[in-house]
Design a protein around this ligand. Structure first.
Ligand code: PMP
Length: 642
């Protein structure tokens, strides 16, 4: 909001104040833009009495009011208001700040001569005019009276557009798509200076998308890549939707971190309540950490009962490896090919996805890769009932070889459904057989639940439960804090006690009171809102819809997953399964341009990962599949779907 400005054309004593209805401003932090009465209340709260102060929406400002998502194949939503809008008092008189000639009374169109731009036309909506066609107007003449309005959100309003072209007065839309701003700017000018309205706006103080990209490129290390070649500038989220700086909505199929949905007010509330009271570290005694640890443990099977609270999934896996190595007195670790477990030096060393990926420098001698249990690409397929044990035999072979070499494994680390590796769903019996073999060699089994835990798979709260196993150590992260950095390691009393050799474990931020308040609230919401069951039913519908799509598009080689953790693998040829990586990127880019956030992952970067906030519903599934269908059809015909 800007300061109040006195404007000569308004009734004496009336001033204007900018109202920022864009997604960037604070207006909608606690208000629903789809509820006109909340918008109206917000405006009233900002301006007070319209007899004294009028709200003002600047020319080309983005507005969340009336924002709609882009329809596949159709124009982008018109979210940018053309012209300046005064949120005015009905019945008030507006006076001409200039001389001109009336071309038309309804809507009022006036022609003026200006020094800077020559002849221009102003077009006025929301005024009851008394001027007649052809009449002359002198500065200070009454242009008209603010008309009453039935717009429940904005109330009475006067919109003024300045044009360089009289013809346009007949076909001027109230708002335009962000991508069309440049072409409209050739015809439509900002009326602010002509009318004596404020010529600066709150948006002038902000970095727009292109500036953010420039500064980010300058100041962030290049290895921190952004999504997309043409990245949107998201400034707000709600539920399963993300909004860019122009107020365009995008369906989010990607953010499994915001587990219970973007900007859930219950999370904000919990964080803010605790922030107002106390935030400190876990060497102090406070209720939140005890309650949260108990909460996590109660979600896990016996004998997983001792908790370490940390901040990131990488840190959790790093600590899990450290524990495993220390309690076994060994160093070697068995991993699954293609796996990603995080970014610290130690976990990079057990992440083939990175050390074998672009720029990778190979594995440390203590890491041993077992074949990925991928029934789509691997040697043992979907119809092989023994596929699970057959793949697990590769883990067992490593364990036995290492034992025979006198260096038995410290640990086997695995997800329960591989994420970054490309949404690889394990065949039945895989983890059970692998765990048996590793334990027989005296190793510790670590389940990395960073991606798939907390009910996402629908059938089970933790992914390893779907494989019918109980690990010795579980690591968790992403969804725990709905975006706040919370991660955890949970293990058995026996292992935790064996780890306590006198060296203190201290984590400055892990398990702080604010994190624990948020973590407990996330668990409450998952339970109260039945999100696990929802993930199951919506996920089933999603999978069926994707299978149908597969029938129409040869490029879809495989669809798979559980609950709301799904993957769509794109191939150039269903026989050879040649990965369609460039196509997957192009499809994601085009889907984004059609208002759906999606992205490729996998060892071959050809799997569209689907892991949305758990408040995703069947209607959202329909939007996703409709857009993917449209984009794949355009891709198949060699065209651009954008
Ligand atoms: N484990 C898995 C399975 C992951 O996918 C990730 C992150 N993508 C991590 C660990 C690392 O988590 P963080 O980025 O929170 O360190």
């Amino acid at each position: 909001m800007t300061t109040v400005v006195d404007v000569a054309m308004l009734p004496a004593g009336v001033e204007v104040r900018e109202i920022d209805l864009s997604p960037v401003g604070d207006f909608f932090d606690d208000r629903d833009w789809d509820d006109p009465s909340q918008v109206a209340q917000g405006i009233e709260a900002a301006v007070g009495d319209r007899q004294r102060v009028w709200g003002y929406l600047p020319h080309l400002s983005a507005s969340m009011v009336g924002t709609r998502r882009r329809q596949p194949g159709s124009a982008q939503p018109a979210t940018i208001r053309l012209g300046a809008t005064l949120l005015a008092a009905p019945g008030a008189e507006l006076r001409a700040p200039f001389a001109g000639e009336v071309l038309q009374p309804e809507p009022l169109v006036v022609r003026h001569q200006t020094q800077e731009s020559g002849t221009v036309w102003t077009c006025w909506w929301g005024l009851e005019t008394r001027a007649s066609q052809g009449s002359s107007i002198a500065p200070g003449d009454v242009l008209g009276v603010v008309a009453a309005s039935d717009d429940a959100a904005l109330g009475a309003s006067v919109r003024v557009v300045t044009l360089r072209d009289a013809e346009l007065t007949r076909s001027l839309p109230p708002a335009v798509a962000a991508d069309d701003i440049e072409s409209w700017s050739a015809h439509v000018m900002d009326p602010a200076s002509l009318l004596g309205l404020p010529t600066t706006s709150v948006r002038d103080q902000r970095l727009d998308g292109p500036s953010v990209i420039r500064l980010r490129d300058q100041r962030l290390a290049r290895s921190q890549r952004a999504y997309y070649r043409r990245p949107p500038h998201f400034v707000r989220g709600r539920g399963v939707w993300l909004y860019d700086e122009h107020g365009r909505g995008y369906l989010d199929s990607l953010n499994n971190v915001t587990h219970v949905g973007h900007a859930d007010p219950r999370i904000t509330e919990a964080a803010s309540r605790q922030l107002k009271k106390l935030n400190t570290n876990s060497r102090f005694i406070y209720e939140g950490i005890a309650a949260y640890a108990e909460r996590l443990v109660s979600s896990l099977p016996d004998p997983l009962e001792v908790v370490f609270l940390v901040c990131t999934g990488s840190e959790a896996n790093d600590l899990a490896l450290r524990i495993a190595r220390q309690v076994t007195g060994r160093s070697d670790v068995i991993v699954i090919d293609g796996a990603y477990h995080g970014n610290t030096a130690a976990v990079m060393g057990v992440s083939p996805n990175r050390y074998k990926g672009p720029g990778g420098r190979g594995s440390p001698p203590t890491t041993h890769e077992a074949m990925q249990p991928d029934v789509y690409r691997g040697p043992y397929g979907r119809n092989d009932e023994q596929a699970g044990p057959r793949y697990a035999a590769h883990v067992a072979a490593h364990a036995q070889r290492l034992a025979s070499e006198g260096r038995p494994p410290a640990a086997f680390i695995a997800e329960s459904l591989m994420g970054t590796a490309g949404n690889v769903v394990f065949p039945a019996g895989y983890l059970a057989t692998a765990f048996d073999a590793v334990r027989a060699a005296g190793g510790v089994c670590i389940s990395d639940e960073v991606q798939v835990g907390v009910g996402r798979l629908g059938s089970h709260f933790w992914g390893f439960q779907a494989q019918g196993v109980v690990p010795d150590i579980v690591t968790m992260g992403k969804p725990l804090g709905n975006g706040h950095p919370i991660a955890a390691v949970v293990t058995t009393r026996e292992i935790a006690d064996a780890f306590d050799d006198g060296v203190k474990y201290f984590n400055t931020f892990g398990g702080n009171p604010v994190s624990c308040a948020i973590g407990s609230t996330v668990m409450d919401i998952v339970e109260q809102d039945g999100l696990q069951a929802r993930a199951g039913s919506v996920g089933d519908y999603f999978l069926r819809s994707l299978q149908e799509l597969m029938g129409r598009h040869d490029i879809v080689g495989n669809v798979r997953g559980h609950g709301l953790y799904l993957g769509v693998e794109l191939v150039r040829n269903r026989e050879t399964k040649e990965p369609a990586a460039a196509e997957a990127m192009a499809v994601s880019e085009a889907m984004k341009d059609h208002g759906v956030v999606s992205y490729p992952t996998g060892v071959h970067d050809n799997v569209l990962k689907i892991k949305p906030p758990m408040v995703f519903g069947n209607g959202h599934v329909d939007i996703y599949t409709e857009v993917l269908d449209h984009v794949l059809a355009a891709e198949a015909s060699g065209g651009c779907a954008c």
